[in-house]
Write a protein that binds this ligand. Structure first.
Ligand code: THU
Length: 160
């Protein structure tokens, strides 16, 4: 080996009192959404809330299927809905929360690989990073400034 390529990634940690007003609203919406998750197989309930540049907030949750691979994650559900209906408004912030059905505390959640690639797609479409905020069991928000923090060496250019 003659050369090595290193990428450094990081998440910022924000206490409740440091959250922006729109982040408080997104967490509230995600908490409502998580309760409506259709997760009878995993009992792992996920809620996602998305702020678009036009100020609209959307939320969704995971929708599982008896044929397991058919299920869709909360993040892709909310991004698909928002982008289908407001294709010209840039996604700004995505909040993700999760809990196991019987648990009182929030579960740690970071987007799965398919969802990371989906977030990447909308970063490419709008030429702008999307902030990804994940609630941890301590009630802090972990913030990724963009998908490059979660998907290093991402595939984002057919001509690259
Ligand atoms: N899930 C999400 O909705 N988002 C994630 O980021 C991780 C996983 C869902 C998929 C499945 O319904 C359940 O959580 C367990 O994997």
């Amino acid at each position: 080996m003659r050369k090595k390529i290193n990428l450094t990634v990081s998440l910022e940690v924000f206490q409740r009192e440091e959250w922006a007003t729109d982040e408080i609203e997104l967490v509230e919406q995600a908490k409502i959404a998580v309760e409506n998750a259709h997760a009878p197989y995993s009992n792992f309930m996920v809620g996602a809330a998305l702020l678009l540049e036009n100020g609209k907030v959307f939320s969704a949750n995971n929708q599982e299927n008896v044929s397991f691979p058919v299920g869709i994650c909360a993040e892709r559900a909310v991004l698909s809905y928002a982008m289908a209906n407001y294709p010209d408004s840039r996604p700004v912030k995505l909040v993700i929360i999760a809990k196991r059905r019987e648990d009182k505390v929030w579960a740690t959640v970071t987007p799965c690989g398919l969802c990371r690639q989906t977030i990447n797609e909308y970063e490419i479409k709008f030429g702008h990073a999307i902030e990804i905020l994940m609630l941890n069991p301590q009630g802090e928000l972990l913030k990724a400034s963009g998908i490059d923090q979660l998907l290093p060496f991402r595939f984002n250019d057919l001509n690259g």
